[in-house]
Design a protein around this ligand. Structure first.
Ligand code: ATP
Ligand code: MG
Length: 567
């Protein structure tokens, strides 16, 4: 991928990236010299979601654009919720999106020794002290937005004593919550982050990377900037909620003998309507069995979106369309769906799948006759192989494509009328077979042998074309029709998150019929089922001979209509 250097800026944000413009200016004016180094710093406490994709595209994209480097650093300062499963999935997701981090995977925990030394440095300089207030007391003493905080009685502890105590804390001589290390800044600061923030706390918990080595762990704020400096990160990009932490980030960089001077920049989080992008909420959906794991095709996780059938290119295109800004807002899920249609329409081979089958018997077709017709793989592409379509006396069509009687608007099969079987002959319906309940279970038709190809004789050119699959040569498949997981625009605003769930987010079609050539495709093969939508052979459940397809997205946006109706 190579980023475009032109200044494409559309109202929707297309390509608009204020950070790219800013860095270009820094380079032009000499304010920044040397390589541009960024990092993507996920906390390994869940799977990555579509918002993270925006951050990934931004950080890796900037490095690519300026010929710099982007690192992957797991921000693993909190041993509580972190897990190797998340570390593995995050790496796989970034690679799948098409990005490569520079060098080895890094962990903030690699710098625990260096960070510990920086903490001692602050203590010795009189800029940090061991506090023995409880976490609750620290909160009380902190003050509010309108009231200054109160100094801790331990604030003026002698540095030598703080040092000895901190070393004892690190040796496990204090219980959790009985002591912490605080930076000594200003309890009256208008910025609460500067009111003597806790920079080290005791946690008697094994860490997934460092085991039992540590029982004191640095705070995010203490670890982040110093890790950036150690790694030579030049542009440390995070989301807007860290804007108020920037003064602390800068204070620490100024006070400590760090090897570089990284600068923090913020951008607005990317949120989507009809979904949630908070790991905590997503975890709840997983834990309560609402979805089938973090990579359920309805989840907004990268692993879920992948399983749904989205391509990496479509996600990158989406991030481009959304752009990067400081103002935020919520992006319409339709934009994401549009991005994948745009990518799949020119690339996905066409195929036929009957999801709700009704048998058609072609009464003037011999019992044993099999005619192998051919169809192009894609209307605009000669490079895709032709498909072989066996036509037999019995075929399946969609139930919805037949009516005993209908007005002119209905351009499908009607008793006494003609329709074209896609890529095959014109048929005419002349009889039906019904079951005891009066439902049509079979339609009897005749075909016209002179109607194959593009130029049928005048008078037989029917308006309608319907898809079909041979009853004896087609293959059965399980098709899962996925839709949005939530049917309300802002699920987080519901009294309970689960109140906003869409009851039709998954519909299973067990008895579908597909073209024979489709039964053996590899997992993650994407196709367009003509007239129906885009589908993907499931990454895990599909096996040659036992096909399982997921709907990626319908051919057109049906939610826009629903929203209009609701308005
Ligand atoms: P969550 O609230 O979903 O748990 P987080 O911010 O705690 O997200 P991290 O693992 O800390 O998740 O995030 C890694 C990087 O991704 C951070 O730089 C963070 O700012 C960025 N990021 C997370 N969510 C979004 C989002 N919705 N839009 C853009 N960037 C995001
Ligand atoms: Mg976080």
């Amino acid at each position: 991928m190579s980023a475009d250097t032109s200044q494409e800026q559309g109202p929707s944000g297309a390509g608009n990236n204020f950070l790219r413009n800013l860095i270009a200016e820094q380079i032009a004016t000499g304010e920044h010299a040397g390589p541009v180094v960024t990092r993507f710093p996920p906390e390994p406490n869940g799977y990555l979601h579509i918002g993270h994709a925006a951050s990934i595209c931004l950080n890796f994209g900037l490095a690519e654009h300026f010929n710099g480097a982007c690192r992957l650093r797991f921000d693993d300062t909190n041993p509580d919720a972190e897990d190797q499963e998340y570390i593995d999935s995050i790496q796989a997701d970034i690679q799948w999106l098409g990005f490569e981090w520079e060098g080895d995977v890094r962990y903030t925990s690699q710098y625990f020794a260096a960070l510990y030394d920086y903490a001692l440095y602050l203590i010795d300089a009189g800029l940090a002290y061991v506090d023995e207030l409880s976490p609750e007391q620290i909160r009380e003493y902190r003050g509010t937005l309108t009231e200054a905080g109160t100094n801790s009685p331990y604030r003026d502890r002698d540095p030598a004593e703080s040092r000895a105590m901190f070393e004892a804390m690190a040796c496990g001589e204090y219980a959790e919550g009985t002591a912490s290390l605080r930076a000594k800044i200003d309890m009256a600061s208008g910025n609460i982050n500067l009111r003597d923030p806790v920079i080290y706390r005791i946690r008697n918990k094994a860490h997934h990377q460092t085991g039992d080595t540590w029982c004191v762990y640095p705070s995010y704020d203490f670890a982040h900037g110093q890790s950036d400096a150690i790694e030579g990160v030049t542009h440390s990009i995070c989301t807007l909620e860290f804007e108020d932490h920037r003064p602390l980030y800068n204070w620490l960089i100024e006070q400590l003998p760090v090897p570089a001077q990284p600068v923090q920049y913020e951008f607005a989080r990317v949120n989507l309507n009809y979904t949630v992008t908070s790991k905590r909420k997503l975890r709840r959906l997983v834990d309560e069995g609402i979805v089938d794991g973090w990579d359920d095709p309805r989840m907004p996780t990268i692993a879920g979106i992948r399983r749904r059938g989205y391509t990496p290119a479509s996600i990158r295109a989406f991030c481009d369309m959304v752009g990067v800004s400081r103002s935020g807002g919520t992006v319409d899920t339709a934009v994401l769906e549009h991005a994948v249609r745009d990518d799949l329409n020119p690339s996905a081979p066409r195929a036929m799948c009957v999801m709700d089958p009704l048998k058609v018997v072609i009464t003037n077709w011999d019992e044993d006759r099999v005619e192998t017709l051919t169809a192009s793989g894609h209307p605009d592409r000669d490079d895709l192989p032709e498909r072989k379509l066996p036509l037999t006396r019995e075929v399946y069509i969609e139930k919805a494509d037949f009516r005993e009687a209908a007005n002119k608007k209905y351009k499908r099969l009607v008793l006494g009328k003609k329709v074209r079987l896609r890529n095959a002959y014109v048929i005419e319906a002349h009889d039906v077979v019904k079951n005891a309940a009066g439902e049509v279970v079979e339609v009897h038709c005749t075909y016209d042998p002179d109607t194959l190809g593009d130029n049928p004789a005048d008078g037989v050119k029917p308006k309608g074309v319907i898809h079909w699959v041979s009853a004896s040569h087609g293959k059965q498949a399980l098709v899962r029709v996925y839709d949005r997981l939530f049917s309300v625009e802002n699920p987080a605003r519901e009294a309970d998150l689960l109140d906003g769930l869409n009851p039709l987010s998954l519909e299973m079609y067990a008895g579908c019929w597909i073209e024979p050539g489709l039964a053996d495709v590899a997992p993650e093969t994407r196709v367009q089922f003509e007239r129906t939508g885009y589908f993907v052979a499931d990454r895990y459940d599909h096996a040659p001979g036992a096909p399982v397809f997921n709907r990626v997205v319908a051919l057109r946006d049906t939610w826009a209509k629903i929203e209009q109706r609701g308005a």
